[in-house]
Write a protein that binds this ligand. Structure first.
Ligand code: KG4
Ligand code: ZN
Length: 349
């Protein structure tokens, strides 16, 4: 088969980089099915246990792909290409998806391509008819990443700001743990903050006056810890929602102000959000308000495509496949893969 004769309409996406086993089928940019299985085994540990994640992916990958096929009304033989996350993420978890994709691609004799998970998150904005005009600035906020990315044209990324320590999602999760809230903490803090007073505590806004677009979240987490240590359990419990709202206000304000400032500096009119924290209700609302003040337009994926899912991976993979990129059977998992790294272990057709 060569590029001219290959059909790349129906693409199976596979995502196993962390604690979600997900498979999705897209046709063009339309999502025909999207199945996400969140691993519950980690709940008792208050965070993801890597080996348990790999084992759960191994058990789930086949039934999840079968479910995605069934939901789309398709059979394995209908799939024309596969896109699979090959980094960044937990190496053992990534290897399950990568090896499954290789085996399936070989059995079906169809092309497959490795996808950067962060790039996948950005392409969560390009599903089901949604699009963003280029150039745009994307705030990528997840459990492992906090970056402002300038996307000048498709697949061209320049990171103009990033966290120097913790990712913002990590800060949400760690603060939730300090407050003895269940994992993952982000959604729980978001929910509680809705009934809390964001001015109850004035937590620090890090690096606001630095004149650059980098972030720091370890100081905020420590500030919450110090605050809690100076109070009794009873005082904390009585003001749990207020503490959540105050922390969320501090975390989100920096994201909003810096992203809008970056857009003005680089004279970019379109802003996008991507990654799990893009589901945060305050971030979505505040970014829109702040952007409107400067006549900027904000785009964000529907909630179901913010947190980890395979539809975004299929969509990003499609961009590479259509440009002739094919992974080889050498494709490896790269836990520290960076956005903008050239496609790994691939050839062009
Ligand atoms: O993108 P994602 O699903 O996985 C990674 O690639 O890391 O992001 C997960 C992160 C977690 O830290 C989770 O707490 C956070 O996204 N998150 C939220 C919300 N929903 C998920 N953080 C704040 N507010 C939310 N509503
Ligand atoms: Zn993610």
């Amino acid at each position: 088969m060569n590029r001219q004769t290959e059909k790349l309409e129906l693409i199976l996406g596979i995502e196993t980089s962390c604690d979600e086993t997900s498979a999705a089928i897209i046709q063009g940019d339309r999502v025909l099915s999207s199945v996400i299985s969140s691993q519950m085994v980690h709940l008792q540990f208050g965070g993801v246990v890597p080996e348990l994640a790999s084992r759960a992916h191994l058990r789930k990958i086949v039934p999840i792909v079968n479910q995605a096929l069934q939901d789309a009304g398709l059979e394995l033989n209908d799939i024309q290409a596969i896109a699979v996350t090959n980094g960044p993420g937990l190496v053992g978890a990534l290897l399950v998806g990568v090896n499954y994709a290789k085996g399936l691609a070989m059995a079906l004799d169809i092309p497959f391509v490795g996808v950067n998970h962060i790039e996948g998150h950005i392409f969560g904005n390009f599903l089901d008819g949604a699009e963003i005009p280029y150039p745009f600035l994307c705030l990528v906020v997840s459990g492992g990443h906090t970056q402002i990315v300038l996307v000048n044209e498709p697949l061209n990324y320049r990171i103009v700001g990033k966290t120097r320590d913790d990712a913002v999602g990590e800060a949400f999760d760690k603060v939730a743990k300090l407050l003895k809230l269940p994992y993952p903490g982000g959604p729980e803090i978001d929910r509680r903050a809705a009934d809390g007073d964001p001015d109850y505590v004035k937590f620090p806004r890090a690096m606001m006056k630095n004149g650059n677009f980098d972030f720091s979240y370890s100081g905020l987490k420590t500030a919450v810890l110090n605050f809690l240590q100076e109070r009794s359990e009873q005082q904390v419990q009585a003001h749990l929602n207020d503490i959540c709202a105050s922390f969320q206000q501090a975390a989100v304000e920096v994201l909003v102000k810096k992203t809008v400032e970056a857009a003005r500096t680089f004279q970019i009119r379109h802003l996008a959000l991507a990654g799990g924290v893009a589901a945060n209700s305050l971030l979505r609302r505040w970014m829109q308000e702040e952007a409107a003040r400067f006549h900027l337009q904000v785009h964000f994926p529907p909630l179901k495509y913010c947190t980890d899912n395979a539809a975004m991976i299929a969509r990003a993979g499609r961009e590479h496949l259509l440009r002739g990129v094919r992974s080889t059977l050498e494709l490896n998992a790269y836990p520290a893969l960076k956005l903008g790294d050239p496609p790994q272990d691939s050839r062009e057709v």
